[in-house]
Design a protein around this ligand. Structure first.
Ligand SMILES: Nc1nc2c(ncn2[C@@H]2O[C@H](COP(=O)(O)OP(=O)(O)OP(=O)(O)O)[C@@H](O)[C@H]2O)c(=O)[nH]1
Ligand SMILES: [Zn+2]
Length: 209
């Protein structure tokens, strides 16, 4: 459980007009990891169950620069479309999650190793003595509690993420697939996530290894 609450002095709310409409934004400094994170809120999820929610791990290369080797940018955009279309929901953008928690520099090291040696996303981290997934979902749980969200429908293909959020005290009532198109550039990454990390990616045509 993550009983700690956000400190109201470390939270600032405003409105953000976007191409998808106006979201309420909640910027907050997390009391535990000390990173500054951002939640985008559509509609009024306070007191609601089954709130459509995306907990998105920062990927500067994919989210900002449209890298094709992972599907983060596509997922971010499709999650925002889905939430905006639905009218109520939350997207929590977690900084400090870059590279599944190892940071940008070490992520770049793992990618260089993947490109040079053929190791996949799991073995490249292990070969460098890095954790495969060091993410903590406490900040997401704290902001969802701050928003008085009672339970969520989580947009993710990663069953471990749903379990980790539940372990942090946010009931995940269901998992909603967030399938990005498979492309030649991201096929290796998607396949490794399916075969090594247990992601549910039924749209991949290639057989399991
Ligand atoms: N260490 C490492 N991190 C990567 C690599 N490619 C992408 N990432 C990071 O992976 C994180 C996203 O995690 P993923 O495993 O792709 O997906 P997920 O968030 O667990 O699952 P979804 O909710 O379905 O998106 C982002 O923070 C990316 O920066 C890589 O090759 N190595
Ligand atoms: Zn990415």
């Amino acid at each position: 459980m993550s009983e700690q609450s956000l400190d109201p002095a470390s939270v600032a709310e405003s409105e953000l007009a976007t191409a998808r409409g106006v979201f309420r934004t909640v910027a907050f400094r997390d009391p535990v990891d000390r990173n500054e994170h951002l939640a985008l809120v559509a509609g009024e999820p306070a007191g609601a169950d089954d709130v459509l929610t995306r907990v998105h791990s920062e990927c500067v290369t994919g989210d900002v620069f449209s890298a094709l080797r992972c599907e983060c940018g596509d997922q971010l955009s499709s999650a925002l479309d889905t939430i905006a279309d639905h009218g109520t929901g939350v997207l929590v953008y977690l900084r400090g999650h870059e590279g599944r928690g190892i940071g940008l520099v070490d992520k770049a090291r793992t990618i260089a190793l993947q490109d040079n040696s053929g190791l996949d996303t799991v073995d490249s981290a292990t070969a460098l003595g890095l954790p495969v997934d060091a993410r903590d979902y406490g900040p997401a749980a704290r902001v969802l509690r701050y928003l008085a969200v009672r339970s969520v429908r989580l947009l993710t293909n990663n069953p471990d993420k749903a379990r980790a959020l539940t372990a942090r005290g946010v009931p995940v009532r269901s998992r909603v697939p967030l399938l990005a198109p498979a492309r030649p550039e991201n096929l290796g990454y998607l396949t490794a996530k399916r075969d090594r990390l247990g992601h549910d990616l039924p749209h991949l045509r290639e057989p399991r290894v």
